[in-house]
Design a binder for this molecule. Structure first.
Ligand code: IMP
Length: 179
């Protein structure tokens, strides 16, 4: 697909670099949460692949839950309006929660999620974002774990989509097609 699709531009993070960084993130979480059983909260759909690989790099008894929120629809710009489409199944009271996000752009989605989840009484709440788009945050994001800071281009692959496409690419690639 990469190389022949005119909508795809340069590779921003290769599969190998992703793998190595995710191993590092997993090791950091393993050491920071030693003796605890963190609850990973994946933000669907974009974080599903990252969550899968990250969880296997964590050597602790983790639990999983997922939330689905809408922010972008099929366009490539944030609306600032966040809506919960699928809520969590697990009670967060006294849990050590790690929110697993694909990409933080304006930070509006995360800001909303953090406030929403903090109101449920977790023992702690941290965020692990695979990607942070450099410099565009409209709000203080306070991310404990960041995979990569990337330049301000729209990207797809490794879970990230445009109009539900390209999630299955094994690298992060710039999207240069029409919005
Ligand atoms: P924010 O609320 O502006 O921080 O946007 C975060 C959400 O927008 C992410 O969870 C993604 O679902 C989506 N998003 C932002 N940038 C991109 C991108 O470059 N590619 C695909 N999805 C993106």
């Amino acid at each position: 697909m990469i190389g022949t699709d005119p909508n795809l531009g340069r590779e921003v993070v290769s599969a190998e670099v992703l793998r190595n960084r995710i191993a590092e993130l997993g090791a950091a979480i393993t050491s920071d949460y030693e003796g605890r059983a963190p609850l990973l909260v994946g933000v669907l759909k974009g974080a599903f692949m990252f969550m899968s690989d990250l969880s296997r790099a964590i050597n602790l008894p983790v639990e999983f839950d997922f939330m689905a929120v809408s922010s972008y629809g099929s366009a490539t710009r944030t609306s600032g309006v966040v809506r919960i489409i699928k809520d969590l199944d697990i009670d967060l009271t006294d849990r050590h929660v790690i929110v697993v996000e694909d990409i933080v752009d304006s930070g509006l989605t995360l800001n909303y999620l953090r406030r929403n989840l903090m109101a449920r009484g977790p023992a702690s709440l941290e965020v692990c974002a695979l990607l942070l788009r450099d410099g565009l945050q409209k709000t203080d994001t306070d991310l404990k774990y960041i995979g990569f800071t990337i330049p301000p281009a729209f990207v797809v692959g490794y879970g990230l989509d445009v109009g539900e496409r390209y999630r299955n690419l094994n690298a992060i690639v710039e999207y240069v097609g029409a919005e």
